[in-house]
Design a protein around this ligand. Structure first.
Ligand SMILES: Cc1ncc(COP(=O)(O)O)c(C=O)c1O
Length: 419
């Protein structure tokens, strides 16, 4: 049976009592003064200068030398962060409301601009209501922690984002992880949770691999066991589906998915998170979701920009179409170089390097010196045997930038791998 939950996986790493990984020594005071980790892993520490004027360009400060480089790591998939209409709308909201909301949403923090944005998001996602959070991370933590309680079961894909896992931990619900996108493993976990209040938690696009949740099969199984479904559409909202509503729309299963999460920091180009669901659930979250009722409401200036970002991204499909055209071009050329792109089905393209952290870091540095910023993703963010670069393709990339990117990758990675 394909149940790799028993082999090494992120789930093992993070959730099981494996004494070999990142566990602080028993003597906690000694550890605080002299923290050590047993498994070595590296950070690609560096400083990027200046706010990017366009998402594809940044200044790097590697070795104290300023270089203008191509950025293929940004989440600004549609270029909305720097879109002139979005920036203008944010400026107007800033003038009108000031910088901050100066209150938690239930106290004085909810302004008319938040209500308007939440209503527009609910309409867009075709759900009854919507709740806004100041961060995507907080939205996931808050929704899961708010909805679930001790005695409930969370059945989560093992590759789900940390925010979903932390929300589960806080809720006190029992957490069962199924092998990534493996329906046999999902069914096994649902069997274990049988008869309990159960929520199946998946991501539309998985953020490290770029593959899609198998939504039709997941819906079938969840319905068979009477479980609810929560989908994190962080990397798929405004990108997938005929109207950009995400992977649930792409598979035609929106009305079978009760709770839909989105972040505002990726394709929307701002910051924040939101949950769309039925009215009762949203009302319940407003009472019990701690990151909502015990944290300041989102910045009204950002909300103003985001209302415009939603309008720009949905008034036609031109930005999305361009992003897909660029994605197809990059994928085709990377595959022609025989690079391992895992099972990507989206604009998130992993370039898997393997188990050498040193190679990963040295490629990263060489590429940056040659004019390309690709963020290396090292263990423990991904399993040690599949260290990688994670490329995010944007609608803003020019043909020249894509061709320069490909030739740098060929020079630095492909030539070395062949040698
Ligand atoms: C799948 C997923 N969910 C949630 C988040 C959290 O979103 P934010 O960074 O907007 O807080 C991320 C961020 O990387 C993500 O990849």
């Amino acid at each position: 049976m394909a149940n790799n939950i028993l082999n090494f996986s992120l789930a093992d790493f993070f959730y099981n009592d494996n004494p070999d990984v990142l566990s602080p020594p028993d003597d906690f005071s000694e550890w605080i003064n002299n923290p050590v980790v047993k498994h070595s892993f590296s950070f690609f520490e560096q400083e990027l200068l200046d706010a990017p004027r366009v998402s594809t360009e940044i200044l790097s400060n590697l070795d104290g030398k300023r270089r203008k480089i191509i950025n293929l790591t940004s989440y600004n998939y549609l270029g909305l962060s720097t879109h002139p209409e979005v920036v203008q709308a944010a400026k107007e909201a800033l003038e009108k409301y000031g910088l901050g909301s100066s209150g938690a949403p239930l106290l004085s923090g909810t302004l008319d601009i938040h209500t308007e944005f939440a209503r527009k998001l609910a309409e867009f996602k075709q759900k009854e209501d919507c709740i806004l959070y100041s961060s995507g991370f907080g939205g996931n933590v808050g929704a899961i922690q708010g909805m679930m309680r001790k005695g409930d079961y969370l059945v989560m894909d093992e590759k789900c984002h940390r925010s979903l896992v932390d929300g589960g931990t806080l809720s006190g619900a029992k957490m069962l992880f199924f092998a990534h996108n493996d329906m046999e493993s999902l069914q096994m976990m649902l069997e274990k949770a049988k008869g309990k209040r159960t929520l199946v938690v998946v991501e539309g696009v998985y953020s490290m691999d770029g593959d899609l949740a198998k939504m039709p099969e997941i819906c079938d199984l969840a319905e068979q066991y009477g479980a609810g479904i929560f989908i994190d559409e962080a990397h798929s909202t405004l990108m997938f589906g005929e109207n950009g509503r995400g992977v649930a729309e792409h598979f035609g299963v929106e009305d079978r998915v009760g709770v839909s999460f989105g972040t505002l920091s990726k394709s929307f180009g701002g910051v924040g998170g939101f949950i769309c669901a039925n009215k009762d659930l949203i009302r319940y979250l407003k009472g019990y979701s701690s990151p909502w009722n015990f944290s300041c409401a989102p910045s009204p200036a950002v909300s103003g920009g985001l209302i415009k970002a939603l309008e720009v991204a949905t008034r036609d499909s031109s930005l999305r179409d361009k992003m897909w055209e660029n994605t197809r071009y990059m994928k085709k050329n990377l595959l022609d170089m025989n690079l391992d792109l895992g099972g990507t089905e989206s604009q998130v393209i992993p370039i898997i390097i393997g188990n050498s952290g040193e190679k990963l870091m040295s490629y990263a540095e060489k590429m940056q010196k040659a004019g390309l910023f690709l963020q290396p993703v090292d263990f423990p963010a991904v399993p040690a045997h599949s260290r990688r670069f994670r490329m995010s393709v944007s609608s803003q990339l020019t043909q020249e930038e894509m061709d320069t990117t490909l030739s740098i990758i060929e020079d630095v990675i492909v030539k070395d791998m062949k040698s």
